[in-house]
Design a protein around this ligand. Structure first.
Ligand code: RIB
Length: 342
């Protein structure tokens, strides 16, 4: 008896194997040991799973390569995320091609078209400010796209972190350390991740009031080390009375830029200016002044997005789109550890 809605994910869980093993039993049984194959076939039988043959044929012409388009391959956040994609892809007999949009919409469009033309197995996209219309066009033509590092509507899969909470964590921490004049460094402010972090920061400030001034926003052109240095110069150039005693940066690369300038200007971190970053990339702990940062589960983001993509690509008829949102975590280190005395 065939039960509607039984998916390959159900079969994999029931048999205690990966999605890729179920796919191999269905498409390349010679790659699976007889014992495992028997277990999967039994699960298919007992669950009443029926493969969507049309979807399989549509996929038959597909490559076994996933395309991952990220905003900046120079940012360890994305290379760590790509590591999670590669791990999940290789476990399922798939390969990865990494594309750098460099935060430019024309590059992003170029790679989306290229991956569709190359019949990519599916696309993982960390989009820029605007989600391009061609995302829906490409999906309607049969190439699944999962958004990563960005939330989505219920009609598309996405994997992200609750950046609003991340902003709250950073500011609550700085307010608890006695800071009342705080700056936010980040941009472009139209990028969802940046906007949500700033929104959370502002909520924490308003919620805790405590005579704190409104947050000073130092908008940057990009989320890079160079942009962090530019912002650091602007902050260090302020008079002591106007200079913030704490800086919350939208990512760790910005924070490293601010940290370098403070050090060059003989401003003590955290004594004169405390700094909090975002992502908690490996260099955060290794920085000259170990950096407090809001941690994102980068590898897990990549793995989860890949698993959603494989499930959708393997059986689009039973697949249910999901928006997975992870929680951020504050990792406190020397750059903001000390309580303000005055
Ligand atoms: O795109 C740049 C930033 O957004 C990364 O550093 C990470 O924070 C991501 O969410």
């Amino acid at each position: 008896m065939t039960r509607p809605g039984v998916s390959v994910t159900n079969v994999a869980a029931y048999a205690g194997v990966s999605l890729g093993t179920v796919s191999n039993v269905l498409n390349r049984p010679e790659r699976v040991s007889p014992a495992t194959r028997a277990r999967v076939l039994q699960a298919i039988e007992e669950l009443g799973f029926v493969r969507n043959e049309a979807a399989r044929q549509l996929r038959a012409g597909r490559s076994r390569t996933i395309g991952l388009i990220v905003l900046d391959t120079g940012n360890p956040f994305f290379t760590d995320l790509a590591g999670g994609v590669e791990k999940a892809a290789s476990e399922n007999g798939l390969s990865l091609v990494l594309c750098n949009s460099d935060e430019k919409s024309d590059r992003e469009a170029h790679y989306l078209s290229l991956l569709e033309e190359q019949r990519a197995f599916g696309i993982l996209l960390a989009p820029g400010v605007e989600l391009p219309a061609r995302v829906d066009e490409i999906r309607s033509r049969g190439t699944p796209i999962v958004l990563v590092d960005r939330g989505s509507s219920r009609t598309q899969c996405s994997v992200s972190v609750d950046d609003f909470v991340g902003g709250q964590l950073a500011i609550d921490h700085l307010l608890e350390r006695g800071h009342r004049r705080i700056a936010f460094v980040g941009g472009p402010l139209g990028l969802n991740q940046v906007a949500d972090r700033l929104r959370g920061a502002r909520e924490a400030l308003q919620r805790r009031g405590a005579g704190a001034e409104d947050i000073t926003v130092v908008e940057t052109e990009a989320l890079t080390f160079a942009s962090g240095r530019d912002a650091g110069e602007r902050i260090a150039g302020l008079s002591v009375r106007r200079r913030p005693t704490a800086v919350f940066c939208a990512n760790d690369l910005l924070a490293f830029g601010v940290l370098q300038v403070m050090t060059k200007q003989n401003l003590a971190v955290p004594g004169d200016v405390a700094i909090v970053g975002y992502d908690d990339i490996d260099f955060a702990a290794a920085a000259a002044v170990p950096l407090t940062s809001v941690r994102q589960p980068r590898t897990q983001l990549g793995q989860t997005a890949t698993e959603l993509l494989i499930e959708e690509a393997t059986d689009s008829t039973t697949h249910k789109h999901r928006q997975v949102v992870f929680s951020p975590e504050l990792v406190v280190r020397e750059s903001s550890a000390r309580k303000r005395s005055r």
